[in-house]
Design a protein around this ligand. Structure first.
Ligand code: SF4
Ligand code: FES
Length: 242
């Protein structure tokens, strides 16, 4: 591989991916139209590196591609059987850690976790289901928080802080008790300044933050991942695609 200083690129699964100074492997790959599976990454927010779905291999080491700086010496593997098996196990763990009942979920077909499970040929939970007891929050006039479906990706946390300049959410607890908190004296969503037009209210990749009265508006055949896989359609909410 020859290095072109003016037009730098790295190899992703044998294909050249151009990048600009400061881009991560994930950013460069998505800009070039190459999909790397991810859940906690959003191009408009600081990378978080927590879900590990975006793992790639380079120099016999695993890296989170959303935090790995691109450079011309990189030879990165993403779509290998071994890496996709690890990704599938991560998705299976996310399913068993929460209460994700897809057939009765109003976000089915728009959900990135569900779409990722299809993408990775997940057919069962593999691990022991925990069925945790989690609190719902219907205190807000326009937005419902269903913690059963929360995957602790912190997209809403970052969107509120970085985009909406509000800091409405945070994560509390530790380990398997980690959960999303509403930052108000009562701990209730209705007592925060969250507005239905905030990015934080519209960024959830699963059905944990739902806008009231919108859940069944879109027929299932028009939902984002009903006909197109997440690798082709990308990680966007319907509202963000329009
Ligand atoms: Fe992520 Fe949604 Fe949970 Fe917020 S509510 S942490 S966006 S899954
Ligand atoms: Fe990179 Fe979640 S997308 S760790």
């Amino acid at each position: 591989m020859t290095i072109d200083i003016k037009n730098p690129s790295f190899l992703l699964d044998g294909e050249e991916v151009p990048f600009t100074e400061g881009q991560t492997v994930m950013e460069a790959a998505l800009t070039a139209g190459s999909y790397i599976p991810h859940l906690c990454f959003h191009p408009e927010l600081q990378a978080h590196g927590s879900c590990r779905l975006c793992i790639v291999e380079s120099d016999n080491r695993l890296h989170a591609s959303c935090t790995l700086q691109a450079n011309s010496r990189l030879k990165v593997s993403s779509q290998t059987q071994a890496i996709n098996k690890m990704r599938k196990h991560i998705v299976q763990m996310l399913f068993v850690e929460g209460n994700h009942i897809c057939p009765s979920c109003e976000f089915s077909g728009n959900c990135q976790l569900q779409a990722m499970a299809y993408e990775l040929d997940m057919e069962e939970g593999h691990f022991h289901f925990r069925y945790p007891k989690r609190e719902q929050d219907a205190s807000h006039n326009d937005i419902f928080l269903d913690r059963d479906r929360c995957i602790n990706c912190e997209l809403c946390v970052r969107a509120s802080r970085e985009n909406d300049a509000k800091n409405v959410f945070s994560l509390g607890g530790r380990g398997t008790e980690t959960h999303l908190c509403a930052n108000s004296a009562s701990g209730k969503l209705g007592d925060t300044s969250l507005d239905v037009s905030d990015k934080a209210a519209n960024i959830c990749p699963v059905g944990a933050l739902l806008i009231n009265d919108q859940s069944y508006v879109t027929p299932k055949e028009d939902r984002v991942y009903y006909q197109t896989s997440i690798s082709l359609r990308g990680n966007r909410r319907p509202k963000e695609i329009e």
